[in-house]
Design a protein around this ligand. Structure first.
Ligand SMILES: Nc1nc2c(ncn2[C@@H]2O[C@H](COP(=O)(O)OP(=O)(O)OP(=O)(O)O)[C@@H](O)[C@H]2O)c(=O)[nH]1
Ligand SMILES: [Mg+2]
Length: 210
């Protein structure tokens, strides 16, 4: 029987830190023995795929850049054909895979994934967009399996009230998890890692420590 590969979407507004999160999380998962591949989406380039390849933590052939040429959410929701083909390609070439990340092109608060493409998804917001964003209840924020509120380090410089965000964000999440991260220092990444290991891969983090 062939192994089943988990597919995890990473969506969210332009520049919120989706690729930065992958750069932080992937090496930590590899250390725990997880076999990974990545599909990135950009409008007219393979910029994010090239950036991840330059990092060198994954064989370049395990990273595919999809050029959507259209609204990012079209390619992850309305017609995910290009992404499904990339995923299939990776699954056929790497039967040992445990997890494929699919990073959406930078989008807006309405961005969600088709569950034909992914099993679950993370929605990445950043503090620089304002402390009122969690109150605005975008579908991506409401429906995501995990919300990551990134760039907590810049709150004082952009006049964002992090305590208010921490208070209000859970009100609209119906008990679903939220992580508060700084991808520059690694702060808060354990809860993202925990989410992926437990909820996406059904593994116990502690059993994988060695
Ligand atoms: N200060 C700070 N900067 C961050 C953090 N995370 C990401 N950045 C910076 O934010 C910028 C955008 O990060 P990316 O990872 O490219 O964001 P993205 O969401 O992948 O962007 P698109 O794919 O273009 O939508 C980069 O300059 C990062 O270095 C963080 O936690 N703190
Ligand atoms: Mg990116």
């Amino acid at each position: 029987m062939s192994k089943s590969v988990a597919r995890l979407g990473v969506g969210g507004p332009v520049g919120s830190g989706k690729t930065a999160l992958l750069e932080c999380i992937i090496p930590r998962l590899i250390k725990r023995g997880i076999e990974i591949a990545v599909v990135t989406n950009d409008l007219l380039t393979t910029e994010d795929a090239d950036r991840l390849k330059r990092k060198g933590f994954l064989a370049a052939e395990r990273i595919i850049g999809v050029e959507t040429g259209s609204c990012p959410h079209t390619a992850i929701r309305e017609d995910p054909t290009m992404n499904l083909l990339a995923v299939k390609d990776l699954e056929l070439r790497y039967p040992e895979l445990d997890l494929i990340f699919i990073e959406s092109g930078g989008d807006n608060l309405a961005s969600t994934f088709s569950y034909d493409l992914i099993d679950s998804y993370i929605f990445v917001l950043d503090v620089g967009a304002g402390d009122d964003i969690p109150r605005k209840k975008g579908p991506g924020f409401l429906q995501a399996d995990l919300v990551v509120i990134n760039k907590i380090d810049i709150a004082p410089y952009v006049g964002a009230d992090l305590d208010l965000i921490r208070k209000e964000a859970p009100l609209n999440r119906g008990g679903k998890p939220i992580a508060y991260t700084n991808c520059k220092t690694g702060e808060g990444l354990e809860s993202v890692l925990d989410f992926i290991l437990k909820t996406v891969l059904f593994r116990s983090p502690s059993s994988l420590e060695n």
